[in-house]
Design a protein around this ligand. Structure first.
Ligand SMILES: [Zn+2]
Length: 170
């Protein structure tokens, strides 16, 4: 081993899938915030709505964001980056936990590569990330977005992006 790898991002906990009902109420609240903001996603091109929410380390304030698409495609912003850009704009750069929700029938929708790097920028320590499926039919029926038995992926930014690039230049 070289000392040059000592500062690499390595997750403290492995990924696991748990039920929504087993989560701390503060995490459940964060997932609900991500679900709520997801309904405001601006996605005229893909129709693929994503919501994300991060909790500020200092005061537990929640910053939520949706994806925002553009006719020229490249300028589009993912939900995770929208949420974090909102937080940084308000003076918050440290986060204790994040949540991402979308819906694909057969897979959890985890952050894209660009967003993993964007989250990593603000992760001096590992940040737990909770990923859940958000079912639109429940929103349409005015039901609660999540049920106790719903599966939730508990991962973290160091799981999603190990050995990641980060500069420590001042
Ligand atoms: Zn992304």
């Amino acid at each position: 081993m070289s000392h040059l790898t000592e500062n690499f991002s390595r997750p403290e906990k492995k990924e696991e899938v748990v039920t929504f009902g087993s989560l701390d109420t503060t995490v459940q609240q964060l997932l609900r915030a991500a679900s709520e903001v997801r309904q405001r996603a601006y996605v005229p091109y893909s129709g693929f709505k994503v919501g994300a929410a991060f909790r500020a380390k200092a005061n537990d304030q929640i910053f939520a964001g949706c994806n925002v698409e553009n006719a020229a495609f490249t300028p589009s912003s993912c939900a995770e980056r929208t949420a974090l850009a909102k937080a940084v704009s308000e003076g918050t750069t440290e986060f204790s936990v994040g949540a991402v929700v979308a819906f694909e029938p057969d897979v959890f929708t985890t952050p894209c590569g660009v967003c993993r790097q964007f989250i990593r920028e603000f992760a001096t320590d590992d940040i737990p990330i909770y990923v859940a499926q958000d079912i639109d039919a429940r929103f349409a029926a005015k039901e609660e977005p999540f049920r106790s038995e719903d599966p939730v992926l508990c991962t973290s930014i160091f799981n999603l992006l190990p050995s990641s690039f980060r500069t420590y230049r001042k």
